[in-house]
Design a protein around this ligand. Structure first.
Ligand code: FAD
Length: 502
């Protein structure tokens, strides 16, 4: 990331990478040394220090990690801006609202993002962590042995260590790409001008989110995906709804497409894209990489520490312990579910596993992890997909409620999505659920609670919710389940009863 460019970036740096920071003198031996101060590392350090442990936290770049600096926070600020541009543009046509004229101001949207990121950075600041009792070391951390780490010329000894070094954008192996130039999730945030034509490589969550946001800002956007549909990890029907929404925003979707080569041509970047047996030349002024992540395992001295790793990251057991019994790993560097809330949840487990012989800790595989793609509409999922449930030996019933049947969604003009719930056959137990709705991320929490706590559709259906809300979709699933449970025999019984009443 380049040096601070405006007052907000200076404020950010003062919080998370203060130029005048002096590393403390290392204690004789730490209970816990944490490498990486993203959401995972910060959470471990805060909890362990709060419990009275001697903790050192090492960060080579900026506290807050990807989430604050180049991930969740800035991307959601841009998405919020792009969404409001779109709502304003549609207001006249859809609601008889005032007409908008002209184009928006991309620089202002970017500045807002930097301002909010700087404001939120206070919570992750080096000074705050020092005040929490954590020894904060700025510098590259590398193991020098099985129980020691070096940073900025000092050696820290530890009883336990946690590696939370995160991940970075994968660079696809496309001939010519290196010389042609590209943007990553970090450098896209430094754009001073809106690209006229942006090609996004990869239509997973990040690619779809950024592609839609830039289209709404006014870029021409082409989204290139190798798989058969966008959001390859999601229910294909959910991906279809999002695909239609992206196309409605003007995004051109190229699925089952492969970039064969990239070349600079004047001020443009030219990609050869193969699809349906034909090769097409696409000229763009910017190319954004969103084709997966790679774990940060280099330079950590993992060999010296006896920590095993592979292409998917550091190898851990269910207790998040590495091949060195003293060392644990959490977050993007070891997990295939790369989310801030996963790093956070693993951090809470690892404190118990590492420092209290498992007390207060637990198995990572027991975590129920919801996920959200923040497009419009959003796609949220928790639990098993249909394939995963069937693969685990369950007999599955699936109930789908379209948002066309939910009054509030109709009134809001947000009725294109659906709620789909997979149930254990014959029971009200929820195995998995997918929501496609404008604010699906706000609604998935209830279903995550149901899956985590084993709350069945019976209890969910008896919960009264305010009318009209989009959350009524969840009650409608419960109603549909109750109706389906009514056996023909019971139905005949009720009919007889009502005939007698007459
Ligand atoms: P990171 O946040 O990557 O932090 C790792 C830290 O370790 C970094 O600060 C790095 O500098 C430091 N480090 C690495 N090696 C060393 C070393 N040798 N010495 C010292 N320090 C080191 N997740 C969500 O849940 N919701 C979202 O909306 C969301 N949006 C995203 C949008 C984008 C564009 C991207 C890229 C990611 C998004 N994510 C989102 C994912 C989320 O950012 C990550 O899952 C999360 O940041 C992982 O946390 P972490 O602590 O494992 O690692």
């Amino acid at each position: 990331m380049p040096l601070p460019s405006d007052q907000y970036d200076r404020q950010l740096a003062a919080n998370v990478r203060p130029a005048d920071w002096t590393n403390p003198d290392p204690r004789q031996r730490y209970h816990l040394v944490v490498i990486g101060a993203g959401p995972g590392g910060l959470m471990v350090a805060a909890i362990a220090a709060g419990l009275g442990a001697r903790v050192a936290l090492i960060e080579r770049h900026r506290l807050g990690g990807d989430c604050l600096n180049a991930g969740c926070v800035p991307s959601k600020a841009l998405i919020a801006a792009a969404r409001s541009w779109r709502v304003a543009a549609d207001s006249s046509r859809d609601f008889g609202g005032p007409r908008t004229v002209g184009t928006g101001d991309f620089a202002t949207a970017m500045q807002r993002m930097r301002r909010l990121r700087a404001e939120l950075s206070r919570a992750d600041s080096a000074a705050r962590y020092r005040d929490l009792g954590v020894d904060v070391f700025l510098g590259e951390g590398a193991f020098t042995g099985r129980d020691a780490v070096s940073v900025a010329g000092r050696v820290l000894r530890f009883r336990r260590a946690v590696i939370a070094s995160g991940s970075r954008a994968a660079i696809p192996r496309v001939p010519g790409l290196e010389g042609t130039g590209y943007l990553t999730n970090e450098t896209v945030l430094d754009l001073a001008q809106l690209p006229r034509h942006l090609v996004v490589l990869g239509a997973g969550p990040n690619g779809c989110e950024m592609g839609q946001a830039f289209a709404r800002f006014g870029s021409r956007v082409t989204l290139v995906e190798e798989q058969a549909h966008i959001l390859p990890g999601e229910d294909p029907d959910a991906a279809r709804v999002v695909g239609r929404a992206l196309e409605g925003d003007g995004v051109r979707l190229l699925v089952e497409a492969r970039v064969l080569r990239a070349d600079p041509r004047g001020s443009t970047r030219v990609l050869q894209v193969q699809r349906d047996g034909r090769t097409e030349e696409i000229a763009a002024d910017q190319v954004l990489l969103a084709a997966g992540r790679v774990p940060n395992v280099e330079g950590l001295g993992l060999e010296a520490a006896g920590v095993a790793f592979g292409p998917r990251g550091i190898r851990v057991d269910d207790r998040l312990r590495t091949s060195n019994r003293r060392i644990f790993a959490i977050g993007d560097v070891c997990s295939q579910e790369r989310f801030t809330h996963v790093a956070d949840a693993q951090a809470r487990l690892v404190v118990g596993n590492a420092l209290f012989f498992g007390l207060g800790g637990g198995d990572a595989s027991r975590l129920i992890v919801p996920r959200v793609t923040y497009t419009s509409p959003e796609v949220a999922h928790v639990g098993r997909s249909l394939g995963e449930a069937a693969g685990a030996g369950y007999r599955v019933d699936t109930i789908t409620v379209p948002f066309e049947a939910v009054d509030r969604a109709v009134l809001d003009g947000q009725n294109g999505g659906f709620l789909r719930v997979h149930l254990q056959r014959g029971r009200g137990r929820i195995l998995g659920a997918t929501l496609v709705a404008e604010h699906a991320g706000e609604m998935i929490g209830e279903l995550a609670l149901a899956v985590t706590a084993g709350v069945g559709l019976g209890a969910i259906g008896s919960t009264i919710r305010p009318y009209p809300t989009q959350g009524e979709a969840i009650r409608k699933v419960a109603d549909a389940w109750r109706r389906a449970r009514l056996t023909p025999r019971a139905k005949r019984g009720f009919e007889r009863f009502f005939r007698i009443l007459r």
